[in-house]
Ligand binder design. Structure first.
Ligand SMILES: [Zn+2]
Length: 265
């Protein structure tokens, strides 16, 4: 069996999975979303991005690194994009319950580490809370890899795009142009920067004083950012850098141990 095949846990049979040495190693669950991404990108955008980045990173792992990806969870918590046809959202409670059920199965198979790798901003808070609960409930060492780590652009990006281009803008458009160009309609790509009111305070969409935003309140098209700046070249450069960083991170996670406790602690 080739090394590539063994990176995908569900390609193995149960006796093969039973026989895996699980002392080191990490099981990886990619989590995406099905939600509007403007008039030019497919609703599967976040899932396409996270699964592709993971595929490329897995192919770069040294053979001795023990890492196995589960089939992706293609739906996430996307109610911030409700009202746009094609958005299919799980509730907070459902996504949390699914994560716990999957983690319980991973733990009962004898694995010690679970990494949640997330392609969608709306899942961030759910995953952080679930990861801690999974750690407490199952004993698994549980890790979250969030979109802000995955999609950090290696190319120059304007301050406006960095601040307000957080959905279906330059970065995501570039990535899908590189990953699935047939699914992109650049003739419909547009630019939209939401005009967040200046209140003289740090109040914003995100951060320490955040606004619970719904995209329909801020963008008729569903776009936040300048999609016309997207190119396949930028997307390829981002995939290159992200896959390297992700492979390094997964290697570290696969061997991660808690600090040894002193006697009696
Ligand atoms: Zn997205």
């Amino acid at each position: 069996m080739s090394q590539t095949t063994t990176r995908y846990l569900a390609h193995l049979t149960w006796p093969e999975i039973a026989a895996l040495d699980k002392e080191e190693g990490v099981v990886i669950l990619p989590i995406g979303a099905v939600e509007q991404h403007g008039p030019h990108l497919p609703t599967l955008t976040d899932t396409l991005i996270v699964t592709h980045l993971l595929d490329v990173a897995l192919a770069r792992l040294p053979a001795e690194v023990r890492a196995w990806a589960l089939p992706s969870l293609n739906y996430g918590k996307s109610n911030e994009h409700s009202g746009f046809p094609g958005t299919v959202s799980l509730s907070n409670a459902t996504l949390n319950a699914v994560l716990h059920d999957i983690a319980g199965s991973v733990a009962s198979a004898g694995f010690r580490r679970l990494a949640l790798i997330n392609g969608h901003g709306g899942n961030v808070a759910v995953l952080e809370a679930a990861a801690r609960d999974i750690r407490a409930a199952t004993g698994l060492l549980c890790f979250c890899i969030q979109p802000s780590f995955l999609v950090e652009p290696p190319f120059a990006i304007s301050e406006q795009e960095r601040r307000l281009g957080f959905h279906a803008g330059e970065v995501e458009t570039s990535l899908i142009l590189a990953i699935a160009p047939d699914l992109v309609h650049m003739e419909r790509a547009l630019a939209h920067y939401a005009r967040f009111p200046d209140t003289g305070t740090p109040l914003f969409f995100f951060g320490p004083t955040m606004t619970a935003w719904l995209s329909r309140d801020w963008s008729e098209s569903g776009v936040f950012g300048d999609a016309t700046l997207g190119t396949a070249e930028k997307g390829s450069a981002l995939i290159e850098s992200a896959a390297d960083r992700l492979a390094t991170l997964l290697t570290a996670i696969s061997r991660f141990e808690l600090p040894a406790r002193t006697k009696g602690s």
